[in-house]
Design a protein around this ligand. Structure first.
Ligand code: DLL
Length: 434
């Protein structure tokens, strides 16, 4: 596959020149937020910062943070910085509690987003000869429409399947010769299972690349999906509050995700002290949108944990790269004081050659945190003798314990008995939060 670049001027820009562009855009955004976003102006006033205090990129550290709670508190339109007449679309995140977050996009915002998604698709070898199947959900979730618009912009043939109806997905993928698949990694795994159970052999498909994101996944999962689907699996990141998919994306080189820095300015902070951390250190990712009109956000705390690396990539892009997301500060489970991420269980199961179909339940019994992990057996394991099942159980327990470092209750389940996910997976039940 050829290494192509959609927008060489911005993606391969001299970093010093880019910093100048970022500073100009940051200053404009700060002025816009101060003038038009009453809740943020109040925050800046409380912090004693005026727009003219921002003279260098480092001055960004003077600005107050924004959080999801701020957006919820000012639901639905408190952060809108453009007239509703100039907004052309909304997207929304549905939290489990409280108000959802509504983000409005102007024509220009959608244009920038489409450009970013066009960059992402081009970076994984897609062009107008490609067939892009969009199996992210369409609607208020940004995945479906975001990927769709970008694929259309590069002139690819788009198959807008959205999530679900897995048999039809497989049939269309086969019959239409899908080359690029966009969905969550957990749905990609489900599709791999469905292909294996279908009358078609993998060789009959034209699939070359998967652009997977919207949830945390491990390197082991990447290897598994590459093997099971005979593709290159690449990571794509984004969030509704900043824009949607393609805030950053992995190119075919597969080393980190290129941040679309001319539009989104990233920082890594220590989530406890809130102080900026140097490149290479893992901390909370914070984004400032520097070209948005509808709902610009300064120093938005994503809660996602990762690190940043600078330097020119083999592909030629000069943009800063972020590591895989290791987890979220708020989906990290703290069990008896130990930090556990669901992706660690995923890795453990894949290391054992098992499918990463699992559920985690955490509860507090007699003041003590208890974790149960349900793991699905394969057909072969299920039909084995009891003695062998015990041996398998011990192996699984040991592998998971080695990775997470705490004891837990393991429950083996029948093949295909645990839920499959068409969008973002939900593998944790934390009963302590009742
Ligand atoms: O998930 C946007 C998106 C759609 C990204 C399709 C990629 C592909 P939200 O629903 O607002 O937006 O959720 C954002 O999802 O803060 C991360 O915690 C998580 N997330 C998104 N992409 C990745 C990724 C979309 N590649 C939240 N790796 C973010 C890990 C991801 N986590």
């Amino acid at each position: 596959m050829e290494n192509r670049i959609w927008d060489p001027i911005h993606e391969c820009m001299d970093p010093e020149q880019r910093r100048q562009l970022q500073l100009n855009r940051l200053k404009m955004t700060v002025a816009r937020c101060y003038a038009l976003q009453a809740p943020y102006r109040a925050k800046m006033d409380a912090a004693g910062v005026k727009p003219e205090d921002i003279q260098t990129l480092e001055d960004i550290a003077l600005l107050p943070f924004n959080t999801k709670q701020d957006l919820r508190d000012h639901y639905p339109k408190g952060y809108f910085a453009a007239d509703q007449a100039d907004m052309v679309r909304i997207h929304s995140t549905s939290g489990t509690t409280g108000n959802p977050v509504i983000m409005g996009y102007t024509h220009k915002d959608l244009d920038v987003w489409q450009e970013c998604m066009a960059r992402a698709l081009t970076s994984v070898g897609a062009d107008q000869t490609s067939v892009v199947q969009v199996s992210y959900g369409y609607g208020l979730f940004t995945g479906g429409l975001g990927a769709h618009d970008g694929a259309q912009r590069i002139g690819a043939l788009v198959i807008p399947t959205s999530g679900g109806n897995t048999h039809r997905q497989v049939q269309l993928m086969h019959d239409m010769g899908t080359t690029h698949l966009c969905c969550t990694p957990s749905y990609a795994l489900y599709l791999a299972e469905a292909i294996e159970a279908s009358p078609y052999s993998l060789e009959e498909f034209k699939l070359r690349v998967g652009l997977f994101g919207a949830e945390a996944w491990s390197e082991d999962m990447r290897a598994e999906l590459e093997k099971r689907l005979n593709i290159k699996a690449r990571d794509i990141y984004g969030l509704t509050e900043v824009t949607g998919p393609s805030v950053s994306m992995q190119c075919l080189e597969g080393v980190g995700m290129h941040v679309q820095e001319d539009h989104f300015y990233p920082e890594i902070i220590d989530p406890d002290t809130l102080k900026p951390l140097p490149d290479g250190q893992v901390g909370e990712l914070v984004f400032s949108t520097i070209s948005k009109e509808g709902v610009p956000l300064l120093r938005y705390r994503t809660r996602d944990l990762c690190s940043l690396t600078r330097g020119t990539c083999v592909c030629g892009r000069t943009t800063v790269r972020m590591s895989r997301i290791l987890g979220r500060t708020d989906d990290m489970l703290i069990i008896r004081g130990v930090n556990v991420f669901p992706t660690q269980i995923e890795s453990a199961l894949l290391n054992l050659g098992m499918e990463p179909n699992y559920m985690i339940t955490v509860d507090r019994i007699n003041n003590l945190d208890q974790m149960q992990v349900e793991v699905e057996m394969s057909d072969a394991m299920f039909s084995d003798e009891m003695r062998q099942v015990e041996a398998v159980e011990n192996r699984i327990r040991k592998e998971i314990e080695n990775i997470i470092g705490i004891s837990f209750k393991l429950k083996l389940c029948e093949p295909k008995s645990l839920p499959r996910f068409e969008g973002k997976s939900k593998r944790v039940k934390d009963l302590r939060k009742r």
